[in-house]
Design a protein around this ligand. Sequence first.
Ligand SMILES: *[C@@H]1O[C@H](CO)[C@@H](O)[C@H](O)[C@H]1NC(C)=O
Ligand SMILES: *[C@@H]1O[C@H](CO)[C@@H](O)[C@H](O)[C@H]1NC(C)=O
Ligand SMILES: *[C@@H]1O[C@H](CO)[C@@H](O)[C@H](O)[C@H]1NC(C)=O
Ligand SMILES: *[C@@H]1O[C@H](CO)[C@@H](O)[C@H](O)[C@H]1NC(C)=O
Length: 952
Amino acid sequence: MSPDDKALPVYTPPPRPPPRQQSTRFRRLLATLLLSALALSLSAYNIWTTEQDRTLAKPPLRAKEILDQCRSLELEPGPPPDFHLRKASDRFVPGTKAVLIKNATIWTGEISGYEVVKGDLLLDKGLIQAIGDVGEDIILKYQELETVDVAGSWVTPGIVDLHSHLGVLSSPSLRGSSDGNSRKGLVQPWLRSLDGLNTHDEAYQLTISGGVTTVNVLPGSANSIGGQAFTIKLRPTKERSASSMLLEPPFTLNGTEFDPSVPPRWRQMKHACGENPSRVYSDTRMDTIWALRQGYETARKIKVSQDEFCAKAQAGLWNEIGDFPEDLQWEALVDVLRGRVKVQNHCYEAVDLDGIVRLTNEFKFPLAAFHHAHETYLVPDLLKKAYGHPPAVAIFATNGRYKREAYRGSEFAARILADNGLNVVMKSDHPVLDSRYLVYEAQQAHYYGLPRNLALASVTTTPATTMGMDHRIGFIKSGYDADVVVWDSHPLALGATPKQVYIDGIPQLDDPQTLEKPPSFQSAPETPNFDKEAADAIKYEGLPPLVPSKAKSDVVIFSNVSSLFVKSSGTIKQVFGTSAFGERGVAVVKGGKLICGGASSSCQKSIQAFGQSSETIDIEGGSIAPGLLTFGSPLGLREIAGEATTSDGVVGDPLGSGLPSLVGGEGAIIRAVDGLQFSTRDALIAYRSGVTSAVVSPLSSGFLSGLGVAFSVGASHALESGAIQKPITALHVAITHASSVSVSTQIAALRRLLLGKAPGELGERAKAVVRGDLPLVVVVDSADAMASLIKLKAEVEAQTEIPIRLTFSGANEAHLIAEEIAAANIGVVLVQYRPFPSTWEKKRILPGPPLSKLTSVTTLLAANVTVGVGVEEAWNARNTRFEIGWANLDAQGDLTKADAIALGSVNLEKLLGIDEDSANNDLVVTKAGSITDFEAKVVGIVSASKDAVYLL
Ligand SMILES: *[C@@H]1O[C@H](CO)[C@@H](O)[C@H](O)[C@H]1NC(C)=O
Ligand SMILES: *[C@@H]1O[C@H](CO)[C@@H](O)[C@H](O)[C@H]1NC(C)=O
Ligand SMILES: *[C@@H]1O[C@H](CO)[C@@H](O)[C@H](O)[C@H]1NC(C)=O
Ligand SMILES: *[C@@H]1O[C@H](CO)[C@@H](O)[C@H](O)[C@H]1NC(C)=O
């Protein structure tokens, strides 16, 4: 923006007849002169007479107010000029004790995120008062000072979420808690997220426990302009109101009131383009952009008439002006045109990004950020053409492919955007992702190549700057809000967990359960090189080939091996480890099978026998481990969640509309194996991330799903050898409050099935369950429903005297009755390692550190329940390795790494009906670390099912 653009209203009025055709500069000069005159003579009206001039009329009584208002229209938003002289925060809570955090390793956010200060941090009056060497003279001034020695722990600014629906899409989700999307029109700049902010969302406290202190609460994306967003701090307030949570209320909040003596505060507004607004209103992209242009044209006209009004007022043409033109519905959008609103634009695809960039240039307003923005990394130059300045880009790390707009999303987007000089923000879109784990998004972006300084900035300084709040949050800087997080490890290390979170200087965790992390976790992980993958993402427009290539030789020797894990009678055993053997080992692989693995000396024979024709790969301290299994998501039954034509579809519910009579009606049962799809992108990406096998049951929204199948994730079609590991694994049903019939009806249906009263094939399969031949997997989250199932199991077994093989899946509340589950010999698959109370039936979660010492995994394992870890969504199958790595860290030594791998492999096999004969025995080779580490990269799959080694 040129300096002139800054000073002038952004709209240039059309030519008008003289005398108004003076240059704007001249008019402004004139206005200034007149203003001075006016100030001198407001009490001497007599010098203004109608005879003196046709238009220089007697100023109205409100002249000063009008001129003030006009002048204030040109003010740039920001803090008041004396803001940085403040001695106390406007959010300071009297009675809050001053805190001295001693011996911290402080990431300040300064110097482009490179500055790290070792020393102390003094918090008082809601502000950061001093950093580094806090002298005795300062400390002595305090009568009461709480001193916390953090022994070198990492300290960062409070985490900032640029894109959240906390409070407006609150949890647990109830009919009364969906206040994110108005259905009343496409363009509604007058709506305000604050008006829907539920102060009782359970996610506030959970989110704080992840270190998040400030979030920007956006309306949803059902409208092309969904309304104004509001920035809140998450801590509870004395007043308990939504308004008291606001970080810095814009002056427009309580009407059109303004204080002309200080700059206005930044406002935030949500825009959306593409599929969501188009889908909700059955419109096309063309309609959506037209609705935006129409809205902006309305605002532009108001702005022009305001500018004309002010030009007249400033010229003293009081006779001609009438009332200040304004419209409560459009004032916020007029403010956008005045450059006083941070526009946060949900927008994914090149076509939509292009439309919005054109819009910004047509109406001359800047964009704060594109959000979701899965194709931005493909069009960086387009972003640079946006009016004013390039928008920041707010993205997920690995959540993608859930609709056409996200299909080309890439885990390398963050680093590619940064390579192009664009600002990158990681955001949660809470509750889409649980914002408690926003730092995990930054960790993943870092893993896939976003530099360390920018990865930390992406959840602190960059979002703070993008929302215009970098004068008080996002940095650790003297005079800034006292929002800081003390971490148990480097914040970019896997599983980093706050030891304490301060908001406005107030500690938020009453009784933090602190984890001891391995020393290596005190520095940022040395992440793998993904240069080629990132280049391919661009080269192939987001759809790079994902099928790994076959090794050239039949024999592959992996050298420089740090650890080797194998399956051994239903468990995972570590058979080699550098620490035990004092040296790096080797693994000799032939025809997709491990021939020899361990210390180099022990494999000399195999090396000599096959060495001639072999290929040797140095895995630099890497590891070899059994491939992981994924369960819980539709992986294998559909490609794009939002597109029905890419899906096997949803089976009919016998307790609802029923199954067609042609398939057997009441006695029908559907097999997932009949609907499998291979080589979906989520499957191939999961394969490249060490997930070699999957179990899925028919997609269902009701009670009966059908028969599950186990398949090989790397197979290219169902007829390939080894593609189907086991065509029928278990009978899958669900007991849920989301059903159209009661939970008690669902249990009654299951009772009838298990008592042998169902007809047809369904009846036969139910008998197999009762005989103990076929496992029964029940999706169930409520502990009460689980208790009913435990009783039902006992009831049936009392008649048959044969144990039923029962597994609970989902099982958010299983921890409440862990011992009863163990006593009933029932297994549990937690389809979400990190729990969230998204619905009422999963409300009673065990949150894990820092809110509770135990997790569901550790609680269930302590009771001797067999536990597996799954994922709910197909895109997340790739992250199984990190989920189990996280479980390993949270268990604080109660789980070995081998046990953690078992959570994602052999335990799942046991729970889902896969026996040793049908198990997938592929091995995963990782370079520079083991499968659960952020340092490691999957470089090969030793495929027993395909008799070959595949290299990435
Ligand atoms: C800070 O903590 C580290 C780690 O515990 C310790 O080695 C160091 O001596 C401490 N420094 C001070 C100044 O207390
Ligand atoms: C309007 O809001 C501003 C900012 O919160 C506040 O300073 C002012 O007192 C409010 N005015 C009224 C009339 O409530
Ligand atoms: C083995 O791995 C280490 C890294 O852990 C690497 O420095 C070394 O060059 C590798 N190769 C050999 C032959 O040691
Ligand atoms: C779990 O199993 C172990 C080993 O079999 C046993 O020692 C322990 O008492 C069991 N714990 C519970 C809570 O049943």
